[in-house]
Design a protein around this ligand. Sequence first.
Ligand code: ACO
Length: 320
Amino acid sequence: MTMKIIGTGSCCGDHLVTNQDLAQIVETSDEWISSRTGIRSRRLTTGLGTSGMAAKAAERALKDGNVHPEELDLILLATSTPENHFPNGACEVQAAIGAVNAAAFDISAACTGFVFALQTAYGFMAAGGYKKILVIGADDLSKVTDWTDRKTCILFGDGAGAVVVEKEEKGMFSGVMKADGSRGQVLSCRARSGGNFLTGKKPEIGYIYMDGQEVFKFAVKKVPECVEQLLKEQDVQKEDIRYYILHQANERIIDSVAKRLKEPIEKFPMDIQDHGNTSAASIPILLDEMNREGRLTRGDKLILAGFGGGLTWGAALMEW
Ligand code: ACO
């Protein structure tokens, strides 16, 4: 048994913010941001939020795959910025799109979330009973960004990407998932915390904290390692891989991963210049853009690889 993507969709924030715009609010420049990250602009959500963008991306993926919402068995939403503790974001999507036959829950693995969610979908299909699953990556990081911190606020954008996956007999799907909770402090966003009923202390708002250089070192080491592991386990050669679709965190991370894998940079598509780092959404947004531009051909072997908070990282090998 294997599974195939039959439809893609995406929805990005409605408000364009350029590097020049950010230079008005923190001490930075277009040159500093673009040379160190590859980012030139990002889109922030001003109304839809995580679930709203996720629902729009989902509707587009269903339309692209010619799938009726009632055909879905399961909705998995990878996000670390849900609107609520409960109901979960996946249930909000389920209601918005009318997927009345689908179970729905969220998966939290920061920027690796979509790759973990895809592997979770595969696990449900392999276990039986699930034939069509909607897998979404969506994040509204702008609501947990400290807009006075130039080390982090220049990096992120908001968006959602969705795919519909269907059970198939022919093709290929396999993956690896990894975590190292002992290094969680390197990249974190604390929940509202510290509130105390007795003292009357109000909870503090959590913002993204990142040790940029540690994240950089972690990503360029762990992503090639898990990609090599996956290729070896599946006995697939690098020359057979059409594209490596990496989490769009930083152009320099992607360049370094390409070098370490000794693969040409042309096999690593990027859209980070226009979106910034959209966390769990970055891989499915890029997939959707490539699909709509006709850059993917059935049978292409793809590696999708994510890395992020947790720390978490992982990769999936699949045929388009
Ligand atoms: N504009 C201008 N100067 C800045 C900015 C900015 N936006 N941010 C930091 N600086 C300054 C610092 O204050 C520091 O100045 P100092 O030397 O006077 O103290 C100097 O630039 C160097 O700061 P570093 O933090 O060492 O900058 P670095 O070269 O490491 O670049 C960056 C920072 C781009 C974040 C880099 O560490 C990186 O690419 N890390 C990878 C992290 C990443 O991509 N995270 C994405 C989110 S996590 C994820 O998706 C998995």
